[in-house]
Design a protein around this ligand. Sequence first.
Ligand code: SAH
Ligand code: SF4
Ligand code: F3S
Length: 471
Amino acid sequence: MIILHWIALNKELILTKRKLFIESYGCAMNFADSEVVASIMSEVGVETTNNEMDADIIFINTCSIRENAEQKIRNRLKHLRHNKKQNKQLTIGILGCMAERLKKQLLEEEKLVDIVAGPDAYRELPILLQEVESGHKAMNVILSLEETYAEIQPTRLNSNGVTAFISITRGCDNMCSFCVVPFTRGRERSRSPESIVSEAKDLVSKGYKEVTLLGQNVDSYLWYGGGARKDFNKLTDEEKSNSVNFAKLLEMVAHVNPDLRVRFSTSHPKDIHDEVLFVMKRNDNVAKHIHLPAQSGNSRILKKMNRTYTREWYEMKYNRIKEILPNCSVSCDIITGFCSETEDDHKDTLELLVNCPFEFSYMYYYSERPGTLAARKYEDDIAEDIKKRRLSEVINVQHDIAKKLNRAQEGKVHRVLIEMQSKKNENEWMGRNEQNIKVIFPKDHYNLGDFVDVIIERSTTTSLIGKGITK
Ligand code: SAH
Ligand code: SF4
Ligand code: F3S
């Protein structure tokens, strides 16, 4: 009965709604989720389009990480009023973190929104669309302890056919006091290794050359045979011996094909262990780059941020990476002007950047997020102009360091995977070296998706420029 009902709903959907335009904001996980959404929708006959004017349905997969991320979506919605005026049948859905954070409030505040769907509710999207068809607004923001969309084969969107993301965990169990993600994405859960390996194999068979394993905290990946993630110490002996941790998973994916380049992101300094570093060392196809956000260089602030490590611990991890993997690049995230940060605390962050040179870094000023631990417990007491001034100091120091690190590569040869035509010059390729730095070089006889040895001739803060030497 239930199945028949589903089919009836879906058939009607096939007849009435045809084209879907998906727009994604925020982190790579959100972009990966949009590909899951596209796949779910294609199952009910709704195909994606790259042209929003062609679409009957527009889904915006949103981010809540900072206030300005949400502001961007609000501005976008203002523009969409025009689309809705032109096409009264247009259905607008807000997906992702902002949907989860604001729930019903979003439907009340943004009148043109028809659907609000949180990150664990995407299987329900066909039903939600059906509700809209029958004249109602529709919402599902229930978070799950189990949902990993494990068996769904993502429909690759705007793909270069060369690089792809594979989600390995969802949610986050760390409660960094500034961060909204545990509230918008729920508890951490790991996807089965079989489904991850099979997705990697499928990508290889389709000609992809690189995969990035994604999670908010990849190093806490743990699969012990099913269900939500448990504390390792609470597993039975049998569960323990059958369990797969991140190091094992990384090696399983590395073994899918020696020519598949494997990346991963993000690593938490408290969870990355030697075992992962040794897997990286013994597998040439695991790219030598670790994204290891520090957030601050001051231990008091780190404690307040609930990052559970100190400045010394961070430096020790950084040095351990360089000891085991001398060629490994490390990148970072920094937040300036967190609650109670003094000028001296800020100087500690500048000093960290010097002590632990990062090839690149994503840098932000603190943005208070409603509902987080910091919003409830601490005063957002650093004036915006100070937060911004500290941010620009951090950016300046970081750029100088990146420039020097890149300059040191001049004259050296890097193995680069060609990802796309350079944005600035149609006669040049853009690819990345193992360290995840952009490399620009003349197209010559090379093709998209080729691995090319490039000799570096010049460099900037963000890229290396050279010439291919592979015959
Ligand atoms: N899971 C990753 C980070 C995810 S969010 C980790 O633990 O490192 C990406 C980055 O956004 C964070 O590393 C942090 O630097 C920044 N960020 C998160 N919340 C923020 C906030 N409230 N204000 C400013 N930046 C924030
Ligand atoms: Fe947010 Fe911290 Fe989880 Fe990263 S580890 S997603 S910063 S709570
Ligand atoms: Fe943004 Fe959600 Fe990612 S808040 S950074 S889209 S997990």
